[in-house]
Design a protein around this ligand. Structure first.
Ligand code: PFF
Length: 466
């Protein structure tokens, strides 16, 4: 007899879990820097249009494939009778696997910083760059050691994920997100109040609200497009898995708007925290993005800020919740695939796959400190650049797998399974889908064209997606 498929316990539980997947490191440390580079308000406008016209329909597409098939990301295409498209699911599983390898390690570094600020803030303040790299195994004399501290915290972070996943969809994933997401919103609001009340923050606020078209180029649009996909967790087929746990009574279109809205709200608020706070403390030329920015520049910023230590703990806690809820969605998709495809037990599959991903991720963490030896991690102008191995993992997922998987989903729904089937699934809750006409055009033509453009341009120009 076929086992009864897991389901979300409540509507709110599903929304928070999907928003938890979407809201991640990408929102907090990448979005503000991209918005700054893209001319503040102008970037925000472009980003909003992309979320509405591409993000929401793609989210609906993935959720409806998942709910209609009631299967994992590879099984979904088999169940819908189109085995030939199973490759889309395979790319999704593989992509989720590669992202988790490094995402979980960065989550570990974040956890290290929460503890670091609680127990040894003066050491971080004294030398933010040195502290960051010594966590990653770089010695002051330029030699490197095994970064035990970072690896230990990454192991703890991965173990937290595993414990939550083993507990199951409703009592693990859903329950954690029900606590984690409200906590994240609360932290965000506290930090927002701190940032906008800092003397000198008005200039940053003004920058984020003013529309400077002179900073906008085709690259800006590409950057917003890539950011939106990564941020909404689109193109890793994660939402196929989450959609497969969704009851037939749920309204997919309304929920997609809510989830995209929540993710975008968090990103925009993060922009309104980070940009004004950096303007007020370090100066406008210091706004950046990525790991070096989050761990080094922001550490310098907290040093300058009244009450900096408390706000630093809150900020890294915010990052921790964001990273954990996203990582859970990645692991859940992989585990759902392994348990359904190979009939593995949930506990064994989780422990096995988490161990393997942790071990591969060790290369990522270790490769960070190997670079100072070669003397290339300090980029004279901007601080920090990433070593080759990390570049490769991010390149592989952001530039290739996410767009290819998203393109596969669009082509599948637009041309093979047909938009009518997705629309029927969306309307299964009994409410008419008012945007069916525009959805059909978006999924058949606009989204595939836009994705092909990112794919070609990012390969040709070297722009990273996330
Ligand atoms: N959306 C997450 C972020 O913004 O950090 C990252 C992510 C999670 C990407 C899950 C892809 C994914 F499938």
């Amino acid at each position: 007899m076929e086992k009864k498929r897991a389901q979300w316990g409540s509507k709110l539980g599903f929304i928070l879990a999907a928003a938890g997947s979407a809201v991640g490191l990408g929102n907090i440390w990448k979005f503000p820097g991209r918005a700054f580079e893209g001319g503040g308000g102008a970037f925000l406008l472009i980003y909003l249009l992309i979320v509405i016209f591409l993000g929401v329909p793609l989210m609906m597409t993935e959720l409806s494939i998942g709910r209609a098939s009631q299967a994992n990301i590879v099984g979904a295409f088999h169940k819908l009778g189109h085995k030939g498209f199973a490759w889309v699911g395979w790319i999704g599983v593989l992509g989720a696997f590669v992202i988790t390898c490094y995402y979980s390690h960065v989550g570990g570094w974040v956890l290290r910083y929460v503890f670091g600020y609680l127990t040894e803030a003066p050491a971080i303040y004294a030398e933010p760059l040195g502290y960051f790299y010594s966590m990653l195994g770089a010695n002051a004399d330029g030699t490197t050691a095994i970064p035990w501290v970072a690896l230990l915290f990454a192991a703890i972070f991965m173990a937290l994920n595993a414990v939550i996943i083993i507990r199951g969809v409703e009592s693990g994933v859903e329950r954690f997100n029900k606590v984690g997401m409200p906590a994240l919103f609360l932290l965000l609001l506290i930090l927002l109040v701190r940032a906008v009340t800092l003397p000198g923050s008005e200039e940053g606020l003004r920058y984020m609200l003013s529309i400077d078209w002179s900073k906008v180029s085709f690259q800006t649009v590409l950057s917003a497009l890539g950011q939106a996909f990564y941020s909404l967790s689109i193109g890793m087929a994660i939402l196929i898995t989450y959609g497969s746990y969704l009851s037939k009574q749920e309204n997919i279109s309304k929920n997609s708007f809510i989830i995209c809205g929540m993710d975008t709200l968090v990103a925009v608020i993060a922009g309104f925290i980070v940009v004004p706070a950096v303007f007020a403390t370090l100066g406008r030329d210091q706004v950046g993005k990525g790991g070096g920015f989050a761990f080094v520049s922001l550490a310098r910023m907290f040093q300058q800020m009244p009450g900096g230590r408390v706000f630093a703990v809150l900020f890294y806690l915010l990052l921790l919740f964001a990273a954990l809820t996203s990582c859970i969605s990645l692991v859940e998709s992989i585990v759902a695939f392994l348990t359904e495809r190979f009939s593995w037990k949930r506990k064994g599959a989780t422990i096995g796959v988490c161990t393997v991903m942790f071990l591969i991720g060790c290369l990522y963490t270790c490769s960070q400190a190997a670079i100072p030896l070669k003397g290339i991690w300090i980029d004279a102008a901007n601080g920090v650049t990433y070593p080759a191995f990390c570049d490769f993992m991010e390149y592989f997922t952001d530039r290739l797998m996410i767009p290819i998987c998203a393109l596969g989903c669009c082509i599948f729904v637009g041309w093979v399974w047909k938009p009518e089937s997705a629309i029927a699934e969306i309307e299964r809750c009994g409410v008419r889908f008012r945007f069916a006409g525009i959805y059909r055009v978006l999924v058949k033509y606009v989204a595939p064209l836009a994705i092909m453009t990112i794919l070609v341009m990012s390969l040709a120009t070297g722009t990273t997606l996330s």
